[in-house]
Ligand binder design. Structure first.
Ligand SMILES: [Zn+2]
Length: 85
C-alpha cells in the first residue's frame, strides 16, 4: 500500500493564498467550494496520519533519511569485513 508519498499541491484559483494548515476552516458564509474542498482534503490527511499511527505506533512519518555516515572510519582498524579473503 503506497499512500504517503503523494504530495498534493492543490490551490484555489480564486484564493491562491488560502492554506488550510495555517488559515483553518474557511468562512462558511459565501464560502468558496474549492477552499472548502481543500480544507476537507487537508483535514482528511491529518486523519489519515492519525489512523496510520494508530495502526503502527512506531511509524514516524517525519522520519528523515539518516545522516550520511562514512561507512568506514579511517581512524579505526577494521577487524571485520575489509580484510582480504
Ligand atoms: Zn477559494
Amino acid at each position: 500500500m503506497k499512500i504517503r508519498s503523494r504530495k498534493f499541491d492543490g490551490r484555489c484559483g480564486r484564493h491562491k493564498r488560502y492554506n488550510p494548515a495555517t488559515d483553518g476552516r474557511p468562512a462558511t458564509e459565501g464560502g468558496c467550494p474549492r477552499c472548502h474542498l481543500l480544507f476537507e482534503i487537508w483535514e482528511s490527511s491529518l486523519k489519515l496520519n492519525q489512523l496510520i499511527r494508530k495502526f503502527n505506533p512506531r511509524h514516524d512519518d517525519l522520519k528523515k533519511l539518516p545522516p550520511k555516515v562514512p561507512a568506514h572510519d579511517p581512524r579505526q582498524l577494521s577487524l571485520i569485513g575489509d580484510g582480504p579473503l
